[in-house]
Design a protein around this ligand. Sequence first.
Ligand code: CA
Length: 233
Amino acid sequence: MTTNEILIAVIEDEAPIRCFLRASLGVEGFRVAEAATAKDGLRIITQQRPALVLLDLGLPDADGLQIIQEVRQWSAMPIIILSARGEEQSKIVALNAGADDYLTKPFGVGELLARIRVGLRHAARIGAHETDTTAFRFGHVRGDLAQRRVFVDDEEVRLTKIEFDLLALLVQHAGKVLTHRFLLKEVWGPHTVDESHYVRVFMANLRKKLERNPSRPEYLLTEQGVGYRLKTE
Ligand code: CA
């Protein structure tokens, strides 16, 4: 692949930094798709499937962290954070959430390109884009993790953010038992690991929306005393 076929998404609200990135990447022959908000950034990622994402953490409409979490539900595409000095903690949180690398502003072209090449090479080695799994189906339920949409018998069902995140985890680990602790940590964060009633309440809501008979679920199964499992066949 030559660089002019490689699309890089730049999600950054500061126009001068976007301009610098557009110029630096353009000279190297990369294609660039730009967004100044998290909402537009997610749209670019899901619709254009860039080879790599450069992501500012402080966006006007949402935390860049949210983008990482949503993208990691369906793709291992490389994400490099653009962080400001003094954002050490949010940088670590972002790396824990699945970002691959970071650049601390201000950074030079040489460093930028080196990190991008490492990211692209790593993505090629692990087959990051081949494993993108966005569409899913079980029984009468189907959906798309990237578009965050779910249909029951071809009728769209509205899920809350937490309901969707919970379902996405079950879909990603279909067939496996997921413990209460794991679900709490992934969906609500590390401080809630003892609140297993959260999971019960939201799982009940999911069953009401997705199962034919919520009290006798066919797919969203309870593993008594342990957690939950999505049965897909
Ligand atoms: Ca910013």
